[in-house]
Design a protein around this ligand. Structure first.
Ligand code: ZN
Length: 449
């Protein structure tokens, strides 16, 4: 149906169409088939006045940006199975923040209402690994390999090409897995929302995809059972790359030794040595336990009406689940009375002398990041004052003085763990005992200053 066709041909076309569709449907259909500004449809001379109005009303643009309708929600209100827990004005950013909780499942939702046409969605699950088989990371890959309503190969990557998104991704953190996207287009937002939610809550998780994305054994010479076995797999290879990077390995080892009780002890991305220990059934169970509404956090931002998302979640996703009471917690670490010293080895880079590629890190366990925002804020400022720029005391005492050419990876205050860490250290040094003693002394003296 091409609404640009004017005159007799269009009139007869319209008459024929009327036999099957109401004007409402025609307008809807036309809107779907040809992307023209909606108002042009209302100017069709051929439609009768009343029908014209009807069609016009139906295809009116949703008011966007500053013209958007304000929400009539206050604390305690219930909407689509959710209860409003808080409403807060964040005046500095012209944002109104709504937090809600789903009554049946306990799923949490945060919406940041803004005039911004850029709209963001993210769903996050707590995924605490209890080994280094890379289970959260492999699951993240696998859930994007086809789901109940989109049983095609890689629906996620197909959407990257065909949608109007401004950002699409999925992340595995050390204690969470998140699936974010953003777009300015309402239709696109709803499409992506459906694909993302289906991928997270109803993925197919096929064994063949597990073998492709996780790991599998293959004969070195395909078809020759006498040749040696080798391990292959997307995540397996990805992590081989990550762990052979000295900086990434340094950060992993720092975390492994600092955290002894919590999930940060393990490598959520997967250690290539441990990945082949993962069983397919364990991964399926991990999904069942963790990708559950009771363990989920939703976040949206922008000018689009977020209550539509609540309705969709309540009606199409959460009805398939019952509340899961297990509330996983990250254990706090015991405080040490003396330092723990560890030496680790890595593959040196070929570009420079292996003897000068040593790294030294002295890390302190700090506060519970979310418990005391003021302390967290102060530690951030302290970190910046210590290390950012050539006038800072550590730059002067370590770099400028010639003790080391660079700081170590992850230097400063880090809040990516439940309890933050503060790290001092250097890179590209000769790791002799004398050198290490000198640098330790300089760090201690600079802190005391
Ligand atoms: Zn990956």
């Amino acid at each position: 149906l091409n609404p640009f066709v004017r005159g007799k041909r269009f009139t007869s076309l319209l008459k024929t169409a009327r036999a099957t569709f109401s004007v409402k449907n025609q307008a809807k259909l036309a809107q779907k088939l040809v992307h023209i500004p909606h108002r042009k449809m209302g100017q069709m001379e051929t439609a009768e006045a009343s029908q014209k109005h009807e069609a016009k009303d139906l295809i009116k643009d949703t008011p966007r940006g500053l013209q958007r309708r304000p929400y009539d929600l206050k604390v305690g209100d219930t909407i689509h199975g959710f209860t409003v827990k808080s409403v807060e004005d964040i005046t500095d950013f012209n944002i109104k923040a709504f937090t809600l909780e789903h009554d049946e499942t306990g799923a949490k939702y945060l919406h940041l209402d803004s005039a911004d046409l850029e709209n963001v969605f993210m769903v996050r699950f707590k995924t605490f690994p209890n080994d280094s088989t890379g289970i959260p990371h492999i699951l993240e890959h696998l859930s994007l390999c086809g789901s109940k309503n989109f049983p095609v190969r890689d629906p996620f990557f197909k959407m990257i090409k065909r949608s109007l998104n401004t950002f699409m991704n999925a992340w595995t953190g050390s204690d969470f897995t998140g699936y974010p996207f953003s777009t300015c287009n309402e239709k696109d937002f709803n499409n992506l929302l459906r694909v993302y939610l289906d991928a997270c809550f109803f993925p197919n998780l096929k064994r063949t995809d597990f073998n492709q994305e996780g790991y599998r054994y293959e004969f070195e010479e395909p078809g020759n059972p006498d040749s040696a076995l080798q391990i292959k797999g997307v995540v397996y290879n990805e992590m081989k790359g990550v762990m052979s990077n000295a900086d990434r390995l340094f950060l992993h080892k720092l975390s492994e030794h600092m955290f002894e009780k919590s999930c940060y002890h393990h490598n959520s991305g997967g250690d290539p040595n441990d990945i082949p220990l993962l069983k397919y059934e364990t991964l399926k169970k991990f999904h069942e336990d963790n990708y559950h509404p009771s363990n989920s956090y939703f976040m949206t931002y922008g000018d689009l009406d977020f209550t539509n998302n609540l309705e969709y979640l309540n009606r199409n996703v959460f009805t398939h689940f019952e509340r899961n009471e297990q509330n996983q917690k990250i254990e706090l670490e015991d405080r040490r009375t003396s330092p723990k010293v560890k030496t680790e080895y890595f593959m040196p880079e070929l570009v420079s002398d292996a003897e000068t590629q040593g790294k030294l890190g002295i890390s302190y366990l700090c506060n519970e990041v979310n418990k005391d925002n003021y302390e967290t804020f102060c530690l951030y400022i302290m970190s910046s004052l210590f290390f950012d720029g050539p006038d800072t005391p550590f730059y002067q005492s370590i770099i400028e003085s010639g003790l080391a050419p660079a700081f170590c990876p992850g230097v400063g205050y880090d809040t990516s763990t439940k309890e933050g860490t503060f790290t001092f250290g250097v890179s590209n040094i000769t790791p002799s005992n004398e050198n290490i003693r000198k640098i330790q002394k300089a760090i201690d003296e600079t802190i005391l200053q």
